[in-house]
Ligand binder design. Structure first.
Ligand SMILES: Nc1ncnc2c1ncn2[C@@H]1O[C@H](COP(=O)(O)OP(=O)(O)OC[C@H]2O[C@@H]([n+]3cccc(C(=O)O)c3)[C@H](O)[C@@H]2O)[C@@H](O)[C@H]1O
Ligand SMILES: Nc1ncnc2c1ncn2[C@@H]1O[C@H](COP(=O)(O)OP(=O)(O)OP(=O)(O)O)[C@@H](O)[C@H]1O
Ligand SMILES: NC(=O)CC[C@H](N)C(=O)O
Length: 583
C-alpha cells in the first residue's frame, strides 16, 4: 500500500483580504513542505475568507479572487513548493452558467483549486449548496457538476467542499464510483453547540459510504457573528477515527495514511450526473521518508469550556479583524457585564479592556463595589463616572416619570459609553443576553448600544453556568477567579428604580429560558409549549413579549452565534407582524 503524507491546515482567513490570506497559505505550505507532506489542503474559500456574502455578486471581487489564485500558484512555485500539490478554496465564476443578477461575467461559484508546478491544474465548484440557517448559497452560487479526482503519488484522491458531505448523494457516492483511495473535504463550518458530535458522526458515515479514508478539514477563527471551531477529523474507510485536531486552535495536522494504490484512471459520468475530472499529478510511488508522524487525537473540551472558548474566539476575531485593539464595557456589578468583561480579558488581555461604573441614585453600594472588585480581580482599566448630574439636568428640563425616567438612566450610560469610545477609540460591547434580547428587556439606545454583543446568543441560565465554570477554571489553574461571587449570587436587577429586580417584569429565568428554547430555537407554537408543561398565562405573556421585541432585536449589534438559532441570519421574522400565537 502506498503511503501518503497529508497536511491539513486548519487556519483562519479574513474576508476580503486576499493578500494576507495568500501570505498565510504560503506560510503554511512552507511548514507542510518542511514536514515532508505530499499533499496540502486549506479550508473552503480560504483565499477570500468565508462567507463572502454579497461580495460574491461583485464581478471585481470575483476577478480579484481568480487573479489571486493564479498569482498564488506562481508564487508557490517561485518559493520552491511547486512540486507539492496544494488544495485552495476560492471564489470563482462559471464559464457557462448565467449569473442570477445579470452581472456581465458568469455566475459566481464557491470553488476550490489544485495548484501544482506554478499552475492551476484543476478547479471545481461545490455541488451541494447550503441554503438554510446562516447560509444563502443559492442566492449567490451555481453548483458544480464535476467529480474532481487527482492522482498523487499513485493514490487517487477525490475532492469535495463542505455541504457536499452534509447532503445525501453527489460527491460521496461518486467517490466510491470513481474508486478513489482518499476523500478530502475542505470546509468552513460555523460553530454551534454540540455540532462537533454531529460532524464526527457525519464524517464516519460518509467515509463508509465513500468506501475510503476521509479527511474533513475545518476552518478556525471568526467572521462577524460566526465562529469556526476547527476540529478537523480523519477517519478510515470503516469509520474509525484516525486523527482529530484540537478545537479553537490554528495549526496543521500532518499524518501518514496507508491508502490503496490507484487502478485504471476513472472516467465518465457517475452519481448525480457528476462528470469525473481526473488529473494525474504524479503516478510515481511516494518517495521514501523517515519520520513516522501521527495526526494525534485532541481531547474535546467540556461543554461549558467549549462555549466559553467560542465566545472568546468570536470577540477576539471581531475586534482584531475590524482594526481595533481595545473594548469598553459599562460595569454594573451584575453578572452579564462581569461575564462580558471576563471574556474580553481572555480575548484581548486585561490591559485592552476598559470598564466604567456609572452609578445613579438607585445604584446599590454592592453594585459599585462588585464592579470595582471585578476590575481588581481581572486587572482591567477601571473608572467611575456618576450619571447623577446629567440625570438631574434632563429631569429639570423634561420632568420625566416612570419608564421614561428609568430608561433615561440607561440612555445616559449608553451616550457616555459612545462618547468615551469616540474619544479613546475602544469599541463598546453590548452586554445583553439571549433571554433579554428575546423579550426586549433592554433600553433601545441605552444598554443596547455598542458594536458587538459577545453574549447575545447565551441564555441567562447559561450565563450563570459559564461564570461559575470560568471561576472554577481559574481556581484549578491557581489563578484568581475573575467574577466576584456576589455578582453571581445576587438577584439580577436593572437598578433603574428602588429595589427593582428582573422577576418584577419577567418569569424566573429557568421558566423563561425553557419557554424561549421551545419558541425561539424550535419554533414551537403556543399549544405545544403549554403541552410541554408551562402555564398558559406565562406562555402567552412570554410569546407576546418575544413577538413585540422584533424591532428592538433588529437594532441590536451583531454578536457571536453559539446556538443553532441565533438572533441573526438564523431567525428572520417580519417586524411588522400581526400574527400572534394563542394557547
Ligand atoms: N414596532 C416598533 N418599531 C419601532 N419602534 C418601536 C416599536 N414598538 C415600540 N417602539 C419604540 O420603542 C421605544 C420603546 O423601547 P425602549 O425605549 O427600549 O423602552 P421599553 O421597551 O418600553 O422599556 C425598556 C424595558 O427594558 C428594561 N430594562 C432596561 C434597561 C436594562 C434592563 C436590564 O435589566 O438589562 C432592562 C426596563 O426595565 C423596561 O422594562 C419607544 O420609542 C417606542 O416608540
Ligand atoms: N451602574 C452602572 N454602571 C455602569 N454600567 C451600568 C450600570 N448599570 C447598568 N449598566 C450597563 O447596562 C447593562 C444593563 O444592566 P442592568 O443592570 O440594567 O441589567 P443586567 O441585564 O442584569 O446586566 P448586568 O448583569 O450586567 O447588571 C449592564 O450590563 C451595564 O453594561
Ligand atoms: N460551508 C458550508 O457548506 C457549511 C454547511 C454545513 N452544513 C455546516 O454547517 O457545516
Amino acid at each position: 500500500m502506498p503511503q501518503l503524507r497529508l497536511a491539513l491546515n486548519q487556519i483562519d482567513s479574513t474576508v476580503g483580504d486576499l493578500g494576507q490570506n495568500a501570505d498565510a497559505i504560503v506560510h503554511w505550505t512552507r511548514h507542510a513542505a518542511e514536514q515532508g507532506a505530499h499533499l496540502v489542503a486549506f479550508p473552503e474559500m480560504v483565499l477570500t475568507g468565508y462567507p463572502v456574502e454579497d461580495l460574491a455578486l461583485r464581478p471585481s471581487f470575483v476577478e480579484a479572487s481568480r487573479q489571486a489564485l493564479r498569482a498564488l500558484a506562481a508564487r508557490l512555485a517561485d518559493e520552491g513548493y511547486g512540486e507539492l500539490p496544494v488544495i485552495v478554496g476560492y471564489l470563482d465564476r462559471s464559464e457557462t452558467a448565467q449569473p442570477k443578477y445579470g452581472q456581465p461575467a458568469g455566475a459566481p461559484q464557491n470553488a476550490a483549486a489544485v495548484l501544482h508546478r506554478g499552475e492551476v491544474v484543476l478547479t471545481f465548484a461545490k455541488h451541494h449548496l447550503p441554503n438554510y440557517g446562516v447560509f444563502d448559497e443559492f442566492r449567490y452560487f451555481v453548483p458544480g457538476d464535476t467529480m474532481p479526482v487527482i492522482r498523487v503519488h499513485g493514490v487517487d484522491v477525490a475532492l469535495a467542499i463542505c455541504e457536499d458531505l452534509w447532503q445525501d448523494g453527489g460527491r460521496v457516492p461518486a467517490t466510491r464510483s470513481a474508486g478513489a483511495g482518499l476523500l478530502v473535504s475542505v470546509n468552513a463550518s460555523p460553530y454551534e453547540q454540540d455540532k462537533d458530535d454531529t460532524r464526527l458522526e457525519l464524517v464516519r458515515k460518509r467515509a463508509q459510504e465513500a468506501g475510503c479514508t476521509t479527511a474533513y478539514l475545518a476552518m478556525i477563527g471568526g467572521q462577524d457573528e460566526l465562529v469556526f471551531d476547527g476540529d478537523s477529523i480523519v477517519v478510515d474507510a470503516s469509520g474509525e477515527v484516525v486523527a482529530r485536531a484540537p478545537q479553537f486552535a490554528e495549526g496543521c495536522v500532518v499524518l501518514d495514511l496507508d491508502l490503496p494504490a490507484a487502478g485504471a484512471a476513472p472516467s465518465g459520468v457517475v452519481d448525480d450526473g457528476l462528470r469525473i475530472h481526473h488529473v494525474v499529478l504524479s503516478d510515481d510511488p511516494v518517495p521514501a521518508y523517515e519520520a513516522e508522524l501521527a495526526g494525534g487525537y485532541a481531547e474535546r473540551l467540556d461543554d461549558d469550556e467549549e462555549v466559553y472558548s467560542a465566545l472568546v474566539v468570536g470577540l477576539r476575531a471581531y475586534v482584531a479583524k475590524n482594526g481595533f485593539r481595545s473594548v469598553l464595557i459599562g460595569l454594573s456589578g451584575g453578572i452579564d457585564s462581569a461575564l462580558v468583561a471576563a471574556i474580553a480579558c481572555d480575548a484581548l488581555g486585561a490591559q485592552n479592556v476598559y470598564g466604567i461604573s456609572m452609578p445613579s441614585k438607585y445604584s446599590s453600594d454592592h453594585s459599585r463595589g462588585d464592579a470595582a472588585e471585578l476590575a481588581r480581580r481581572t486587572g482591567l482599566n477601571f473608572r467611575t463616572v456618576p450619571i447623577e448630574p446629567m440625570f438631574d439636568a434632563y429631569m429639570g428640563s423634561l420632568g420625566l416619570t416612570g419608564l421614561a425616567e428609568e430608561n433615561l438612566q440607561s440612555r445616559l450610560r449608553g451616550t457616555m459609553l459612545m462618547a468615551v469610545s469616540n474619544q479613546e477609540g475602544h469599541i463598546v460591547l453590548a452586554p445583553g443576553n439571549k433571554s433579554e434580547l428575546a423579550v426586549g428587556y433592554s433600553t433601545l439606545y441605552g444598554d443596547s448600544v455598542g458594536a458587538y454583543g459577545p453574549i447575545k446568543d447565551v441564555y441567562k441560565t447559561a450565563i450563570f453556568r459559564l461564570a461559575e465554570w470560568r471561576n472554577r477554571a481559574a481556581e484549578e489553574r491557581g489563578q484568581t477567579p475573575p467574577i466576584p461571587e456576589n455578582s453571581i449570587t445576587k438577584p439580577p436587577s436593572a437598578e433603574l428604580r428602588p429595589d427593582q429586580v428582573d422577576t418584577d417584569s419577567l418569569p424566573d429565568y429557568p421558566v423563561l429560558d425553557g419557554i424561549l428554547a421551545l419558541y425561539v430555537d424550535r419554533d414551537k407554537g403556543a399549544d405545544e409549549i403549554v403541552s410541554a408543561g408551562y402555564g398558559e398565562e406565562v406562555v402567552g405573556k412570554v410569546l407576546r413579549l418575544v413577538d413585540g421585541a422584533e424591532y428592538k432585536r433588529r437594532q441590536y449589534p451583531p454578536g457571536t452565534k453559539i446556538s443553532a438559532k441565533g438572533f441573526g441570519k438564523d431567525r428572520r421574522l417580519p417586524i411588522t407582524n400581526r400574527w400572534r400565537e394563542s394557547a
